[in-house]
Design a protein around this ligand. Structure first.
Ligand SMILES: [Zn+2]
Ligand SMILES: [Zn+2]
Length: 192
């Protein structure tokens, strides 16, 4: 029975899974091919990372260690996972950056970092990161992603107003929404 090279290599793998280590001589006998052929098969399997050639034979390559999934980023304010649709990034002067789940948390966080270099918020309609200081926010709409009151960012005032007509809430510019959040969620360590 002559097997095709790929069938032979599959058979070798199967045997290796059962025995872990097999000699070239044994494989050649079992498959009734020359040891040279077995060497070529093992070289091919070794190229694919499935086996390791050892002196006179082969061992099954140990499976690659599984890379742990990257820790999902958490909001620097509320420590909840960041859904991503309304992310806010605060860039600090020292080069660090902070991620928040939504403008609600992002702007609350900004109260603690008044000298932040920049604050970017994801435009809720288009998904782009925009300068939050020039953006408009709909606060308290029916669309609640994470924090209450829901606070969503829009680069354009017109978009914010259209959204507000559909989903309610209040359209506020950056300074107004900062004042609103400060008034409703006063931070104990924020001095006036
Ligand atoms: Zn948050
Ligand atoms: Zn949030």
């Amino acid at each position: 029975m002559a097997l095709s090279p790929s069938a032979r290599q599959q058979q070798i793998l199967t045997w290796l899974q059962e025995n872990h280590t097999l000699s070239v001589q044994l494989l050649a006998e079992r498959l009734q091919v020359s040891q040279m052929t077995i060497h070529r098969d093992l070289a091919r399997l070794a190229q694919g990372g499935q086996v390791r050639k050892v002196y006179g034979g082969a061992v099954l390559a140990s499976p690659l260690p599984e890379t742990p999934p990257p820790a999902s980023p958490r909001c620097a304010m509320c420590h909840q996972p960041i859904p991503g649709r309304a992310t806010v990034t605060i860039q600090l002067l020292n080069g660090d950056s902070l991620q928040a789940c939504c403008p609600h948390c992002g702007l609350m966080l900004l109260h603690n970092y008044p000298d932040a270099a920049s604050i970017l918020a994801r435009d809720f309609l288009y998904g782009r990161m925009v300068n939050a200081r020039q953006a408009f926010f709909v606060i308290g709409s029916d669309v609640q992603l994470c924090c209450i009151p829901s606070t969503l960012c829009f680069a354009s005032q017109t978009d914010a107003q259209k959204f507000q007509r559909g989903f309610g809430g209040q359209v506020l510019a950056f300074t107004a929404v900062m004042a609103h959040l400060a008034a409703h969620h006063r931070q104990p360590h924020t001095s006036q």
